[in-house]
Structure formats: structure tokens, C-alpha cells
Write a protein that binds this ligand. Structure first.
Ligand SMILES: [Zn+2]
Length: 159
């Protein structure tokens, strides 16, 4: 019985994830802490603008931790945290990607992986933070959540 219920629940959740622009969110009042595991070359000044961008829309983080113990940076996810990490994706078309850990309908943790390159990191971070806050992609030119870097813009609206 339990297994059958779980399977149905999973299918429903999957449908929700694929048909909604914002299928998940952090618990109300839950402001994640950002851990910068990317390294010193991702300075706090690059984080300011993307974090303000989302704060203006009501999506806040508690604070940013720059010097993070290396044991913490080895984790894939840490509940209550957004991790920023550097990784080679072996895929030249992927600039960055965000993984989310969702439990009981809430985002518990998110990790943003950047492919080192010559991209404007703060612009890419703006997009990836959108994923970390629960948004999926929206194929509208000029929208911050457009999946293609060239068609991405700094605008945000709910479809
Ligand atoms: Zn994306």
C-alpha cells in the first residue's frame, strides 16, 4: 500500500515539476546561507548584484560565507545552504547548473556548479540563483530564466 502511494505521489510530483515555472520553494521565512566554495576569484562584490536582484523580488538569503572550511565544500548538499562550486561539466554548452534537494515539497538545499570560463559570472549567478530559489526555465527572450545564455536578459516576470 505504502509503495503504491509513493509511486503515485512521485508521478504527480514529476508532472508538477515539469508543468510549473516555480514548482518548489524554501519554507516560508527560511533564508538559506550562501557558502562560496568556488574560490577567491569569485569575490563578494560579484555576489552583491545577483543577491540584490532576487531580494527585490522577495527572495532573500541570510548571508554569504566567503571562507568556507574545505570539509563543508566536499558535501554535495548541506540543508539550509546554497553552495557555489566550480566544476568541469565536460559539456562546452553548459555554463552552469543548479541541483536542488527537495523533501516534503520544500527546497532543503541547493548547489550551483559553474563551468570555469570567460562568462559574466554575476549574470550567470543571477540565473542559477533563480533555480536555487525554485524556478525552472522559461523560453521568453529577455527573461532571466531563459535556458540559452544568448537569449537571456535581466527581466523577470511570472508567466
Ligand atoms: Zn538554467
Amino acid at each position: 500500500m505504502l509503495l503504491a502511494g509513493f509511486a503515485i505521489g512521485t508521478a504527480a510530483v514529476f508532472k508538477y515539476e515539469t508543468s510549473s515555472f516555480k514548482p518548489w520553494g524554501w519554507a516560508p521565512g527560511d533564508e538559506p546561507i550562501v557558502l562560496n566554495c568556488y574560490g577567491d576569484d569569485f569575490e563578494e562584490i560579484y555576489l552583491d548584484k545577483p543577491l540584490k536582484y532576487w531580494a527585490e523580488k522577495g527572495y532573500n538569503v541570510a548571508f554569504v560565507q566567503q571562507d568556507v572550511p574545505s570539509e563543508l565544500c566536499k558535501e554535495s548538499f548541506i540543508d539550509g545552504f546554497i553552495l557555489l562550486k566550480k566544476r568541469n561539466h565536460n559539456d562546452p554548452y553548459t555554463i552552469a547548473l543548479t541541483e536542488r534537494r527537495v523533501a516534503l515539497g520544500r527546497i532543503r538545499a541547493a548547489t550551483i556548479y559553474f563551468n570555469p570560463g570567460s562568462y559574466r559570472l554575476e549574470y550567470v549567478l543571477e540565473h542559477e540563483l533563480g533555480h536555487a530559489f525554485g524556478f525552472t526555465h522559461l523560453e521568453e527572450e529577455g527573461h532571466i530564466m531563459h535556458p540559452e545564455y544568448e537569449k537571456m536578459g535581466s527581466s523577470f516576470w511570472m508567466p
